[in-house]
Design a protein around this ligand. Structure first.
Ligand SMILES: *[C@@H]1O[C@H](CO)[C@@H](O)[C@H](O)[C@H]1NC(C)=O
Ligand SMILES: *[C@@H]1O[C@H](CO)[C@@H](O)[C@H](O)[C@H]1NC(C)=O
Ligand SMILES: *[C@@H]1O[C@H](CO)[C@@H](O)[C@H](O)[C@H]1NC(C)=O
Ligand SMILES: *[C@@H]1O[C@H](CO)[C@@H](O)[C@H](O)[C@H]1NC(C)=O
Ligand SMILES: *[C@@H]1O[C@H](CO)[C@@H](O)[C@H](O)[C@H]1NC(C)=O
Ligand SMILES: *[C@@H]1O[C@H](CO)[C@@H](O)[C@H](O)[C@H]1NC(C)=O
Ligand SMILES: *[C@@H]1O[C@H](CO)[C@@H](O)[C@H](O)[C@H]1NC(C)=O
Ligand SMILES: *[C@@H]1O[C@H](CO)[C@@H](O)[C@H](O)[C@H]1NC(C)=O
Length: 477
């Protein structure tokens, strides 16, 4: 049941009168009054509201930061999954407290709501993280060939799943995993914080994610995804703590989010070499807007390097990066196959950056030696417009592949200010073709001047037509 604010006020009045009218209130009556006076309602936007609602503590959850809640999460979601099946859906509220847990799985027509004073803590007990088979489009685990740990919050083959809150926290307690990874003591790929696989209608919003063991948010083989109002924080020297990695996904929107991390703030992917080519599932129709990144050794947005299912129609605008290695970067290699095409970037503001424009056609990193040397990636139609950058070391390093040039590159209205000690060669270009307009400092001669504003599509993608409903949770918090 959801309570409106009005009925809440009436209830409070009734209990106050009730209390005043009694000279000695029993314990039971006192509880009723206390319940009414401290119950609050929180509204939040979501793909769908839910008929059924429960709080983690109803299933034995203990929020002391020490007790494992893995079984409580499993029991709660199993129970709510049954209730949700009547068509009304269900939501699970994680109330204030510190909720230690291992990996657990979500269900369809389901909302996980994490209260602002709640922290979900990822356990460092490896036995609480089941192993999953490797992803078919990768052919092996990213860190290690022998499979992978399930993500802290995992979902597969779902429709209509929401992970949200009013800025609740998920803390992966990643230090344990970073250390083991650096010492090469893991033979299974590290877990991610959130992975949603083979699913549609996904929302991940209004959360703070900290210290992920590896990537933070990994939607894969999924569609119709809204990611908004996320704060993602990891030490800038933590290994592979990518922010958001849409991987073989269609119709995705990422907006109003902030990432500080040890790897790319956003990494757009679609599988690795022959495995990705065979699986053949691109990432396409991706919108990124109002996004801020800090990542001194990585990219703001990388179209990278696992792109063997193709990457197509990415629109990034109103992007800010501070103390970040590069802007919207392309990483690929011989053996990847597929394509990166129709990429549009507009209005980006960069401060303290090594490379404003960076494309790499020789980014090795192969899953195994069995790649096809004839599988050349097609990189085509890469558009950058309205870029302001300050304190820059290199304006551009644009390296295509020999006999496989990167084509139709367009760069317009760019003003780059250099560091006090800039490199002499500001633009270095090989095996590329394209045009520039109003770009300072002066571009390389493979990108001749042409009077053009580089295109940015004006039409809306279907994901922008999805309207969120106003939903609510109520309880004593
Ligand atoms: C779980 O679901 C059933 C209905 O299917 C319900 O009767 C029960 O109270 C629920 N809650 C718990 C804590 O088991
Ligand atoms: C989650 O689902 C996957 C795939 O169905 C399964 O292998 C895994 O064991 C489940 N995880 C948990 C914690 O139950
Ligand atoms: C999930 O969906 C994929 C792709 O449709 C399918 O191959 C797989 O068998 C499904 N898995 C489950 C557990 O239903
Ligand atoms: C989600 O975050 C946005 C931006 O900070 C904020 O305006 C909105 O109120 C938040 N929603 C909830 C339910 O806290
Ligand atoms: C959410 O919490 C994080 C961590 O405390 C904080 O940095 C961020 O500003 C908060 N966001 C909002 C919208 O309150
Ligand atoms: C992985 O490592 C564990 C302990 O470090 C070891 O027991 C196990 O045999 C290894 N598995 C494989 C497949 O190498
Ligand atoms: C400019 O960039 C350099 C690194 O190249 C950095 O050390 C310095 O702090 C930056 N200066 C400002 C004013 O941001
Ligand atoms: C420019 O790029 C070419 C080709 O990658 C490379 O061989 C050369 O060393 C680069 N020059 C500078 C000064 O970086």
């Amino acid at each position: 049941m959801e309570f409106s604010r009005k009925s809440l006020v009436i209830k409070m009045l009734i209990s106050a009168i009730f209390l005043l009218g009694l000279s000695s209130s029993s314990v039971a009556e006192f509880r009723v009054a206390r319940h009414a006076t401290t119950s609050t309602t929180i509204e939040y936007p979501a793909l769908n509201c839910r008929k059924h609602s429960a709080v983690l503590t109803e299933f034995g959850g203990v929020g002391d930061g020490k007790t494992s809640n893995t079984e409580a999460f499993k029991a709660a979601i199993a129970n709510l999954s049954q209730l949700a099946a009547d068509g009304g859906g269900a939501q699970l509220v994680v109330p204030p407290g510190k909720w230690l847990t291992g990996s657990f799985n979500l269900t369809s027509h389901f909302t996980l709501f994490i209260h602002k004073d709640a922290v979900i803590l990822g356990t460092q007990d490896e036995s609480e993280w089941p192993h999953l088979p490797v992803l078919p489009s990768y052919g092996r685990g990213r860190d290690a060939p022998n499979g992978r740990f399930s993500s802290l919050i995992f979902g597969t083959n779902l429709t209509d799943v929401v992970i949200t809150g009013n800025n609740g926290t998920i803390d992966g307690q990643g230090a344990y995993w970073w250390k083991k990874f650096k010492e090469e003591k893991l033979n299974v790929t590290r877990p991610y914080l959130i992975e949603i696989m083979y699913s549609s209608q996904v929302q991940i919003s209004n959360l703070t994610l900290v210290n992920s063991p590896s990537w933070n948010v990994h939607p894969i083989y999924s569609s119709d995804i809204i990611i908004q109002h996320l704060t993602i924080l990891a030490p800038v020297d933590s290994p592979n703590t990518d922010g958001i990695d849409p991987d073989s996904c269609t119709n995705t929107k990422i907006e109003d989010s902030f990432v500080v991390s040890g790897d790319d703030c956003i990494a757009v992917k679609s599988g690795w070499n022959q495995y990705g080519i065979k699986f053949n599932m691109p990432t396409k129709n991706l919108v990124i807007r109002r996004f801020t990144c800090i990542s001194p050794d990585s990219a703001t947005i990388a179209l990278r390097s696992e792109m063997s299912g193709g990457i197509e129609d990415v629109r990034a605008k109103d992007i800010t990066a501070i103390n970040t290695q590069s802007g919207v970067r392309i990483k690929t290699a011989v053996g990847r196959g597929a394509y990166v095409k129709d990429i549009y970037v507009r209005r980006i503001t960069l401060n303290t950056m090594k490379y404003v424009f960076w494309m790499t056609g020789s980014y090795g990193s192969h899953p195994d030696p069995g790649f096809d040397p004839k599988a050349l990636p097609v990189i085509k139609g890469i558009n950058y417009r309205d870029v302001v950058a300050d304190n820059v070391t290199y304006s551009a390093r644009l390296y295509g592949i020999e006999n496989d040039p990167f084509t139709d590159i367009c760069i317009s209205n760019v003003n780059i200010k250099l560091t006090s000690k800039p490199k002499e060669l500001q633009w270095n270009c090989t095996n590329i073709q394209g045009v520039t307009n109003q770009v300072t400092p002066e571009p390389c001669n493979l990108l001749p001047e042409k009077e053009i504003d580089c295109p940015f599509p004006e039409d809306r993608l279907p994901i922008d037509n999805v309207k969120l409903k106003t939903c609510s949770i109520s309880g004593n918090f």
